[in-house]
Design a protein around this ligand. Sequence first.
Ligand code: AMP
Ligand code: MG
Length: 397
Amino acid sequence: MATLSFDEARECVLAKVTEARPTPGVEQAGLLAAAGRVLAERVLADRDYPPFARSVRDGFAVRAADLPGELHVIGEVRAGENSTQEVGAGQAVEIMTGAPMPAGADSVVMVEHTTVDGAKVNVQRTLYAGENVSPQACEARQESVLLEPGRLLGFAEIALLAAGGRTQASVFQKPQVAILATGDEIVEVHETPLSYQIRNSNAQSLAVQVLRAGGCPSILPIARDQYDATRELVERGLQFDLLLLSGGVSAGKYDIVERVLADLGAEFFFDRVLIQPGQPLVFGKAQGKFFFGLPGNPASTMVTFEVFARAAVELLGGQTDPMLPLLQSRLAKDFKQKTGLTRFLPACLSSDGSEVTPLRWQGSGDVPALARSNAFLVTEPDRENWAAGDMIRVLLK
Ligand code: AMP
Ligand code: MG
């Protein structure tokens, strides 16, 4: 079975899901409900943007060739009004931001750059033709493509739909994602754990991450480390668009997830990635559905979802280009690691993003440290030492 580097594994997830992805179903959503959803239609410009040549400043509409000089003010045009005057040589029309340009004028001089004396305006500077004017259709021409399907709708995209008179948009249905935690030691959140048991926190963090990625999470009952029970629940999980398993993929005697999946005819694309946390990580397809076997340590589950499974949820939701933005920030202190793995370590990023401090933690089970962090440091596998002040990659949490 395959062991991949971080980059190779991410590339593999993107390629496999993109290649196989069925087009999701489509539904209608009102503008606010469409925010955060994925556009399912191509949106064309209903008219020119802007629909008329407009001033981008408060000032005077002029002919640039007349400047510098004193001009005769022949009238005024406000935003929301149509301009009726024609500006001739030596003339100007007072104009407000957003108002249509009067005929004859080619530029706007800002009011701050003028001295007004009755019907005269004095301008002691030059302008280039077109200065402070947005020509008709300079942003988009009528019938041109404004948005393509697959686009995640944020505030600017919603503004564009609104500008085009749309009160609804076609969006893709959310992918249904099954979450299956495994482990004999795991109890449900509402249960009282015995001294040697722990609560199922992974199903909750995964559900939050699925929601954030635009999916609809369903938490299945906990699968015990026993073949028949696990198999039954995995089969149930494979009826969803995507199955996320937590735990049971390491080399332990009771880590049976891979065996169950293999018996269900799974094709495995990789089962180990050179990252920390999260080395034993399984990605494959069974009965036509993709699955991830995420390692059960909470940090491993969170990180492997974020850097691999998240992209799969986004692609299954119809998004065309899942992103994984790694910022760069300055290390607040020296930092050392063993080479060989790409590491994702809990860290605190300063509020302006300029400085990052690695947090002390006790390893991949340390949920309190994860909750104290607001980011992960991302190391390069072939670098051993960083000094305070060096730039390092950061993944926001
Ligand atoms: P595993 O990957 O099954 O070997 O589990 C690795 C570690 O993660 C063990 O210490 C588990 O107790 C812990 N763990 C596994 N599943 C969960 C879960 N659903 N919630 C919280 N911790 C878990
Ligand atoms: Mg386990």
